[in-house]
Design a protein around this ligand. Sequence first.
Ligand code: HEM
Length: 460
Amino acid sequence: MPVIGHRGNFARFAFDAVTYLRRLHEQYGEIASLVRGRGDYVFVFSPRYNQIVLTEPALYENLDAASSPVRMGEDSSLRRLYAGLTNMNGAQHRRQRKLMGAALQRRHVEAYAPDINALAERQFSGWRLGQRLDLLQEMRALTMAVAVSTMLGLPPDNHGRQMGRLLQDWMDTVFSVRALALPVDLPGLPYHRLQLLSDRLERAVRGLIDRRRAQSTGTDVLSRLIRANDDEGRGLTDDELIGQTTFLFIAGHATTASALTWTIFLLCTHPGIMRDLVDELTGTLRGDPPEVSRLQDLPLLDRVVKESLRLLPPVMWWSKVAAGPVRLDRYPLPAGAHVVFSSYITHRLPELYRRPDVFWPDRWLSCDPTPYEYLPFSAGPRTCLGAGFAMMEMKLILAALLQRWRPEMPSGSRVDPGGLMVSQPKHGLPVTLARTVGLAPEIEVSGSIRRVLDLTGAPG
Ligand code: HEM
């Protein structure tokens, strides 16, 4: 671009990632770079390239403190809070992933189902017929309550809510463009606020770790992490626990809230599928909260969730960094090159998914993609450790919500996908609550969602 050069491309990507990625893919195909002739920012879109980038974590690493755009001091609270599993590599990552994997084993995760059901019930029983609410806000509040309860062992009110707000505030600030653009620690500037917030959050998380250590029997993820030991009998240090606790909270709740919101949006715009799903839920569960063992009796719910994560994946793109000079297929890339891959684009390749822009849960009756063709949770040795948790949480919440309420969007609602990395409707999702019986009306939606969603109906 004139004057601003490649920074212009970067800004276009940052302001509207989906449109930018779509254009790049349409124009250049399965691989493209941010700047013609330079390999320091590269975008890949096909399963073949996804596989190359995701199977060799020693060559394509995750962004750590050194490669992160966030500036942080060597011995700072910000650096310790930032040291979550996703921001480390090599032996350190392998060791800590094993310990986290032990804490997030399936049987431990499934034991959280009654807590999730109770929190969902509490939220949905407070709603009133005809009430208007923003479903995105509601889903955020609910997934945050689930995160503070299951990850940290805190009650959803008072202390839990305060801790949740502090974590959320830190997360919003650390990834804010203003704090990134001007990393100067002077009173009044956003970066200074980030330092103060980091000190406060670190003190709060340390206090929580001390209390959980003293209890020694907790079943929340933090308590299990504290008790986890590697082959040599070594557990995580307090500093390591601070990074992992913060990351687990961040990883777990905004993503799941986004996925739930998009799923409800897709159901509102497809009343026939909503009706079939409500029939399946009420026919099987008869109004009861779903026990985890009954989820296997809800095949349409499974297809709806899978299809929603295909069409509107919460994490639209993710990136890796070349550990040294590498050859990506026939292209030489310098050390430190960023390689962005996008589930969003891969999930819309017509050679993999027929009529890719259509919400069509029944495609999953016969569709069986490889992990590099369907990757809402990434793929390979660094795939999301909470995928099982997220799938269970989404299904439990949807089953509880749709047995009680039918959210209806006002016809003509404007929906624009937004969010830099975690996708969500820019202006929330305003809905009115109707009774679950009967068929929802057909509605028209406007906004840029129309460019990425084909509402003409599933193939016959
Ligand atoms: C719909 C919800 C979620 C989505 C879409 C999602 C997606 C992702 C993605 C794309 C990654 C990056 C993987 C990579 O580096 O290649 C990731 C990593 C991770 N996620 Fe999730 N996630 C979700 C929910 C959760 C939950 C609920 C938890 C915790 C209970 C969780 C824990 C993690 C962890 C620990 C990692 C780091 C793995 C590693 O670096 O080895 N995620 N997730």
